[in-house]
Ligand binder design. Structure first.
Ligand code: 5GP
Ligand code: MN
Length: 395
């Protein structure tokens, strides 16, 4: 008979002795139930399975603790490439409310992985791919986070360095997983195991391009299409201050693949859905100024979205209309995600750092474009953000 024993070694030993001493009684009781001529002799052994279970649990716990304490390892593209080559299966994701850079980077990365001979790739996003990006090659392969991905070796998070900002996808990235980060946001404390975080890149898509280059893999039209969309959305068609010479070199490489860039630009910049047009009307009708005209702000609710028949993606870019007005340094759009969850979007001129300003509200992003999500009603968020903004612009 194997018995699980609790207590100290001494206590366990005396428990075994006590059981052995009652051997006769146990044997007699057994005899009453067994249909055998001779009742077998009874011996007691300690079953240490539980101890082993506890030991294993302790080990797993320790691995998690070590993992959490492990600092993020900033590496170069060559090491990233090695990690991509060494893994077999991948979860590839980006931030919630995906923009062109998020979608383009995911799909560019998937193309690269396929070129590296990988077949087990799950591209996943917490929110749907905006309609304007449906024509990207592979856009229909991006799965929604409602369903868990098949198991994978390596998680790749793109255009974001905070797991929390991948939304529901983060549920499928436990602390035990290796997480590779490729991002160009201003971040202090990235999540994940290792990666490249470099704010000198105008788009994460440009970093994916660097990986093609590092791997010596020639860009094809499909990958070029994905990287092009990432680049043109994050640089506003090469107009924003993040655009640099490297951006244009990459753009040249994209055009050299034979990709027809003009219709892509037309779709991204010159096409507006009817709901977006209606939302723009409401946005403009509510536009107000504060801080002596240095800030222009407006607001839209989930109800406005519903009435216009629009999606969240239809709010993209509206904030620029305020920022673009003469004399305005900062454009602000307040919107509701749910009744008690509000979003702030900021776009600013060079003299104002939007990401830094929004960090006091738990937000982040870039100097010229940043956002924050607060679990508070819209009015309360409006009040405190505008107050802080006035103080910051007067300083
Ligand atoms: P948008 O205003 O277009 O949603 O976002 C502008 C920039 O700010 C993007 O680079 C985006 O990644 C970042 N951003 C937007 N919302 C949030 C947020 O809630 N938290 C943080 N940390 N960054 C955000
Ligand atoms: Mn980006």
């Amino acid at each position: 008979i194997y018995v699980s024993l609790y207590g100290t070694d001494k206590e366990k030993k005396s428990s075994i002795i006590a059981l052995q001493n009652s051997q006769g009684w146990v044997r007699r009781e057994l005899g009453k139930h067994l249909r055998m001529r001779n009742t077998p002799e009874v011996r007691f052994y300690e079953d240490d399975t539980l101890d082993k279970v506890y030991e294993l649990e302790g080990l797993i716990e320790k691995i998690h603790e070590d993992h959490e304490e492990m600092p993020f390892n900033h590496v170069g593209f060559d090491l990233i490439l090695e990690d991509l080559k060494n893994a077999e299966s991948f979860l590839v994701t980006a931030h919630v409310s995906p923009d062109g850079d998020a979608v383009g980077s995911i799909l560019g990365m998937c193309h690269l992985l396929k070129k590296l001979g990988k077949t087990k790739i799950t591209p996943m996003l917490a929110d749907p791919v905006p309609k304007v990006f449906h024509s990207l090659p592979g856009a229909d392969t991006i799965v929604n986070a409602e369903e868990a991905p098949t198991d994978y070796d390596l998680a790749i998070i793109l255009d974001v360095a905070q797991l929390e900002r991948t939304g529901k996808v983060a549920d499928y990235i436990p602390a035990s997983k290796k997480v590779l980060v490729i991002d160009h946001h201003l971040v202090d404390a990235p999540d994940g195991t290792l990666g490249v975080i470099d704010a000198s890149f105008a788009a994460t898509g440009e970093m994916v391009y660097e990986l093609f280059k590092t791997a010596g893999i020639e860009l094809d039209e499909e990958a070029a299409h994905c990287i092009c969309v990432a680049q043109i959305t994050d640089t506003g068609g090469f107009r924003y201050s993040n655009t640099n010479a490297r951006s244009h070199h990459i753009a040249a490489a994209i055009i050299e693949t034979g990709l027809d860039v003009s219709p892509i630009c037309h779709q991204v910049f010159d096409t507006m859905t009817l709901p977006k047009f209606k939302l723009l009307q409401t946005y403009l009708s509510r536009l107000s100024f504060c801080a002596n005209g240095k800030a222009a702000w407006s607001w839209l609710t989930a109800k406005d979205l519903e009435e216009a028949g629009g999606q969240r993606e239809d709010l993209d870019g509206l904030v620029n209309y305020g920022r673009n007005i003469e004399g305005v340094t900062v454009g602000v759009l307040f919107s509701t995600l749910e009744e008690t969850v509000s979003k702030v979007s900021l776009r600013s001129e060079e003299e104002f750092n939007s990401a830094q300003f929004l960090s006091q509200f738990g937000g982040g992003g870039h100097a010229a474009a940043a956002g924050a999500t607060l679990t508070e009603p819209l009015d309360a968020v409006k009040d405190k953000v505008l107050k802080a903004l006035e103080a910051a612009l007067e300083a």
